[in-house]
Write a protein of this length. Structure first.
Length: 277
């Protein structure tokens, strides 16, 4: 087994010419900054959640099998350098962009925070080790990242998968506000296949019971950590440091934040998968 690289939360190893091993670690990142503090048990939840969605969703994916509670064997793919974000609600980065330019992505004016969109919105971003930024469909074609047919397939598939995930989440008492997909191409057939991972690091999840338009939502995902970092002033430090092309040293996460984040990840997994950890 050969070490390939460490991502923000996963370590990747080469098993053979066809397969990789994903080790879902307990690391956590927010605002594209890796935290110092690990979330013990998080890797297992992310691995099991990825397995659940890969088995449930009606789309070919790269999973081969689980190798351990926090390890997954996957097929090697040529990854497409895009994050295929699908949004069903006006929240997070989309709301921030919307308030700066109300005609962004043809959304209706005067929408409130957390408003449900008329239809799911395909809102892709670049895939970067430093900072992901929104990219338009025209830019994707101009930069020859995908052909017109490939982009159409990716867009339609992403929206279809979001709808499937939304329905099963809704049946469990949750609202999936948005989700990020990644895809790769089979090195032989060139077929586009669902890849990477799907869990609370990739989606934004609220409870139906607590949902209120115009307010910040109670999140059962990484948004809980983002909100805490914003509250203690770390997001502002990120903005200031980025002007010099740097990243600030993140704060140590207090035990109550670590425990609550793990509790929320565990809760949403058990409710949606109907499986005890």
């Amino acid at each position: 087994m050969k070490f390939v690289h460490s991502g923000k939360v996963k370590d990747v190893y080469e098993l053979d010419e066809k397969n990789l091993l994903f080790h879902f670690t307990d690391r956590v990142s927010a605002y594209d900054v890796p935290m110092i503090t690990d979330i013990k048990g998080k890797g297992e939840i992310l691995c099991k959640f990825a397995e659940f969605w890969f088995r449930y969703l009606d789309s070919k994916n790269h999973m081969v099998r689980l190798d351990a509670k926090d390890k997954m064997v996957v097929r090697k793919l040529t990854m497409i350098p895009l994050e295929c974000v699908v949004r069903g609600y006006l929240y997070g980065n989309l709301f921030e962009r919307y308030t700066l330019a109300e005609n962004i992505l043809d959304l209706r004016p005067n929408l409130k925070l957390a408003s449900r969109l008329e239809k799911p919105l395909f809102d892709p971003t670049t895939k970067s080790k430093i900072h992901d930024v929104p990219i338009s469909e025209d830019q994707i074609l101009e930069q020859d990242i995908l052909t017109k047919d490939e982009l159409s397939y990716l867009k339609n598939t992403s929206i279809r998968l979001y709808k499937q995930m939304f329905d099963i989440s809704n049946n469990a008492g949750f609202i999936m506000a948005d989700v990020k997909f990644e895809f790769g191409k089979d090195p032989i057939s060139n077929e586009i296949i669902l890849a990477d991972s799907l869990g609370p690091d990739e989606f934004r999840m609220w409870t139906r019971e607590s949902y209120k338009v115009g307010e910040e939502q109670v999140s059962y995902d990484k948004q809980f950590l983002r909100d805490w970092l914003t509250k203690v002033g770390f997001r502002e430090k990120i903005k200031l440091a980025s002007m010099d092309g740097k990243k600030p040293i993140p704060p140590n996460l207090p035990s109550n934040v670590v425990d609550e984040l793990l509790k929320r990840y565990s809760y949403v997994y058990e409710k949606i998968s109907k499986t005890r950890l």
